[in-house]
Design a protein around this ligand. Sequence first.
Ligand SMILES: Cc1ncc(COP(=O)(O)O)c(C=O)c1O
Length: 394
Amino acid sequence: MSKTWRPATQLVHGGALRSQYGETSEAIYLTQGFVYETAEAAEARFKGETEGYIYARYGSPTNDMFEKRMCAMEGAEEARATASGMAAVAAAILCQVKAGDHIVAARALFGSCRWVVETLAPKYGIECTLVDGRYLENWEKAIRPNTKVFFLESPTNPTLEVVDIAGVAKLANQIGAKVVVDNVFATPLFQKPLELGAHVVVYSATKHIDGQGRSLGGVILSDKEWVTEHLQDYYRHTGPAMSPFTAWTLLKGLETLPLRVKQQTENAAKIADFLAEQKQIAKIIYPGRKDHPQADIVAKQMKGGSTLVALELKGGKEAAFALQNALEIVKISNNLGDAKSLITHPATTTHKNLTDEARAELGISPGTLRLSAGIEDGDDLIEDFAQALAKVKA
Ligand SMILES: Cc1ncc(COP(=O)(O)O)c(C=O)c1O
């Protein structure tokens, strides 16, 4: 593997391990365990004196290929593949804190991520402060002597707020805390949190990395020191490992990631511009547009816009439901990053467990919809929105 390869090349060839058969497509090593030539070889492997696999909960060849390809893409030294994005988020946070520690997290998080820091962590004596992550001073004010972890996603789900990752990393470094970034919405193509100073990056590989609606998966990336000190034992002994079959589907997904994300982003940008001009629409939030509330931070830390668009209808929930129901190509689904265009109403789906007040703080109104643009022909998507909006009262 060459460090100088550009992303599209890394995503096709990075991490490939060929068996003696010289297969073109990566092999699926669907095995739980491994056999050793001798008892001495087993002993040496367990002692860490020789390289090799021990048990699939610890690591296995197909997963290794996926992890190495992700490392090459992200500029990370180590990765661990997990069974879902939530397994990655929970492991990345919980492996490095203990009772008495304190986490500062942005309040704008995907519902399950927020549950991990706001509800689960305190059950184990880990305190958590949620802040409006858009403003660096809020992160600074929340710091306590026992703050160990900063957690954020950027852009956020669903209202596409952004957090100044380099700014948060600078604060964390001053107190020896670690920054964990959920980079799902940006994808590894548009934002590199490790280069911006973050310490750990997590993905739900279920989204753009698979991108074809097949597999749940996740991945945690960081440097060797952090993985050895914090994640290694947690990962081995709590068992969030990914299935090798999933690792194989995700390797295939990575091969086409740049093509899909390019087309999705072009479609999202086109739809955002079209919707911004429609009389039924109160507001559009799209990181690629000049009118994004934090366009300066987007320009500073992201290489591209987004495959997602947040839109608010003037007619509230009734209009939002009418639009969803009238769309023909765009499907109603709470997933995102897929080849198919998907739309969801966060207030009644992904963010339904929040209080009305918490939703209002995040800018999620009854009229808010989140669109995940697919790879269909952009003109067909515009026509779909045009015909559906014609059925929505202004
Ligand atoms: C930002 C973000 N993080 C994490 C997750 C969880 O991923 P998974 O569904 O693969 O567990 C999601 C899922 O929607 C998400 O949007």
